[in-house]
Write a protein that binds this ligand. Structure first.
Ligand SMILES: [Ca+2]
Length: 278
């Protein structure tokens, strides 16, 4: 009965995720054992590690990224995720070095520093431009979290941008800590970068710490979905899905008597819209 209930919960969660327009367009688990490529497990929007960026153990789920500002660490994704029109969402986990001595840190960005354009998720270490120790989401306007994020622990930071509604910033699940009607996105030519921001024509490393489980969506996530990803950082499938790269296309069903059945999926688990029994 317990297994049956668990399976029903998974199906209900997947059905709930299919009930609205937000779908993942890229998911990065950063679970690689090594190398210089950060693999997208949904599409083929892979990133390239630069500077001292490297895969490291003890992420919030599996491995993660480690980078330093002094070492120029960042991940470069090229001309992707412009989000010039419509709603979008970005969910990422971050853990900073302690004490964090670098002034002000970009977690992810598609932004050219110095003028109003693009978007970024930011950590404040000074009261300059925002509030010390808080996270913020910038997209023409800035909204700032109420809880601290630079304490050396893992934190989920989630931004939901609504082109014709209220945008939101979440830290560590629901409810949202900040919300506002944000002005329209201003297009730019900057690359999408993890752990840095673009100055002039080139991105520079900005973050000293760890980053894990980055997800980008083409629509607006609900508060319940942000909360579900806070509980299951590697995705809706949670404990029933192996998060190792290359192992995300097999679904293992466990029956009440202990027998298991493995089903090979034709696409990554993150792209499942619904499951139907016949
Ligand atoms: Ca991971």
């Amino acid at each position: 009965m317990r297994s049956r209930f668990h399976l029903l919960w998974v199906v209900a969660a997947l059905a709930a995720s299919a009930a609205h327009a937000a779908g993942p367009i890229a998911v990065y688990h950063f679970d690689e054992a090594g190398g210089r490529q950060a693999s997208d497990s949904v599409g083929a929007a892979h990133g390239t590690l630069q500077g001292d960026a490297a895969f490291a153990p003890e992420g919030v789920s599996g491995n993660c990224l480690h980078l330093t500002r002094a070492g120029g660490g960042l991940v470069h994704f090229g001309d992707r995720f412009a989000f010039e029109q419509g709603d979008y969402s970005i969910v990422v986990w971050v853990k900073t070095a302690v004490p964090l001595t670098d002034a002000d840190t970009f977690i992810v960005s598609r932004h050219q520093a110095g003028w109003e354009n693009g978007y970024f998720l930011f950590l404040h270490t000074t009261a300059w431009y925002g509030r010390a120790e808080r996270a913020s989401f910038y997209a023409s306007d800035q909204i700032i979290s109420t809880s601290a994020v630079t304490d050396g622990r893992w934190h989920q930071v989630a931004a939901v941008y609504r082109a014709n509604g209220t945008s939101e910033l979440y830290v560590d699940g629901a409810p949202a800590q900040a919300s506002a009607k944000i002005r329209p996105m201003v297009p730019n030519k900057a690359p999408f970068v993890v752990g840095g921001v673009t100055w002039g024509d080139a991105p520079r490393g900005s973050l000293t710490g760890w980053v894990d489980e980055l997800r980008l969506y083409s629509g607006a996530l609900t508060a319940d979905e942000v909360q579900a990803l806070f509980r299951q950082p590697s995705g809706v499938g949670g404990p029933t899905v192996d998060t190792k790269p290359g192992a995300r296309q097999e679904m293992v069903i466990t029956f009440a008597d202990g027998r298991t059945q493995t089903i090979r999926l034709s696409a990554p688990a993150e792209t499942i819209a619904s499951i139907t029994f016949r």
